[in-house]
Design a protein around this ligand. Structure first.
Ligand code: PHE
Length: 371
């Protein structure tokens, strides 16, 4: 009997040792050995049949067996509940914490801030204006004639209501008439000049709206930054100087800039401003001269950013048209000024190498997280 008890005890401990540590497996083992009809109960019954001389020793052995088994099961069980705790049942302060991801500014906000910071460092002041405008400020004040295509209902978002605001001291047509969502930030030029005297230089960030079908490079809402500097003696070279500081600060000190003659009703003369391609640094423009883009291999390649032109258009600019000065009550013989306007999305696309304008507005955190 003694040998048999020892043998069963060894087997039982081995079984507990190698069993799974989940509650169910351990409970099954407890029932098997310690249950009412379990192996131990069986052995106690057999002990009762032993000659009384052998009973005390066998009884002692069985009690040891019972204690050892209970202990082994308890140990195994506590190690299993330890595991469960780790799996999330209870707080385990030894586990590494879950860190909160910090938010970041939207790439458009970052770009607006970078543009404004650059001009602020040159003495410009940030000014804002309304997104809902009258026809007067969006067009007439800026010398945009009635027959201009941008005044067409398909080129501008008109609102159904007519404005009825009439501020004292201002001609009624500036405050009344058809309301629209501004199609550029230039109307703020007129607002600011009506209320301020030169000299000044301002920068105007803001949203603008155009009823364009959305695609990779168009959006019905986008952002612009307008610039306007007016004083008694501002020259075209001042415009060039300011913009060359800006383009170098924004796109790198080796960035080249060129002015192409252009037309805007509110500036005269007007120019379209290009920078050397941010991707190929203007290298692919060599193809224009007939020389291979890559002199080593003689292979022609087209830059995906500038399409082989070597230049990227970034803004429109010019000297303020005397008509605009007249419209706001300035004497064009006494003052001069320059103005420019740029699309923020375009600047951000070029700066960060983004291929689709829609990404700015989809709110996909996988995109936004990168900035
Ligand atoms: N308002 C023009 C546009 O939206 C940009 C511009 C601003 C051009 C100021 C010249 C001067 O295209």
């Amino acid at each position: 009997m003694k040998d048999k008890i020892r043998e069963i005890e060894q087997a039982a401990l081995a079984e507990i040792g190698s069993s799974d540590s989940d509650r169910d497996s351990l409970e099954a083992l407890r029932i098997k050995y310690l249950g009412r009809k379990g192996i131990l109960a069986e052995l106690f019954k057999k002990m009762a049949e032993l000659p009384s001389a052998e009973k005390p020793e066998a009884g002692q052995l069985l009690n040891f067996f019972k204690n050892n088994l209970t202990k082994a099961l308890d140990e195994k069980f506590s190690s299993s509940s330890e595991l469960e705790k780790r799996r999330g049942g209870e707080l385990d302060i030894t586990l590494p914490g879950i860190s909160e991801r910090l938010g970041s500014r939207h790439p458009i906000t970052k770009t607006i801030n970078a543009i404004c910071d650059c001009f602020i460092s040159m003495g410009f002041m940030v000014v804002e204006g309304p997104e809902i405008e009258t026809e007067h400020y969006n067009f007439e004040a800026l010398n945009i004639p009635l027959e201009h295509p941008s005044r067409d209902a398909f080129d501008t978002f008109y609102l159904k209501t007519e404005s009825s605001r009439v501020e004292t001291g201002k001609p009624a047509n500036r405050q009344t008439g058809k309301l629209l969502l501004r199609s550029h930030t230039s109307p703020v030029q007129a607002h600011f000049m009506e209320n301020n005297k030169p000299p000044f230089s301002i920068i105007v960030p803001g949203r603008v709206y155009r009823p364009d079908a959305t695609d990779a490079s168009h959006s019905f809402m986008f952002h612009q930054v307008e610039g306007l500097a007016v004083s008694g003696k501002i020259k075209f070279s001042d415009l060039k100087g300011v913009l060359s500081v800006f383009t170098k600060q924004m796109f790198g000190k080796d960035t080249k800039m060129r002015f192409r003659p252009s037309f805007f009703p509110f500036t005269e003369p007007s120019a379209e401003v290009d920078i050397s391609c941010v991707l190929c640094s203007g290298e692919s423009s060599l193809t224009e001269t007939g020389k291979p883009a890559n002199r080593q291999t003689g292979k022609q390649h087209r830059c995906s950013m500038c399409g082989g032109k070597g230049w990227l258009e970034i803004l429109g600019a010019g000297m303020v048209n005397p008509k605009v000065f007249e419209n706001v009550g300035y004497d064009p013989k006494k003052v001069a000024g320059f103005a420019f306007g740029m699309g923020v999305e375009r600047i951000a696309i070029l700066k960060y190498g983004i291929s689709d304008i829609r990404m700015f507005f989809e709110n996909d955190v996988r995109f936004l997280r990168q900035f």
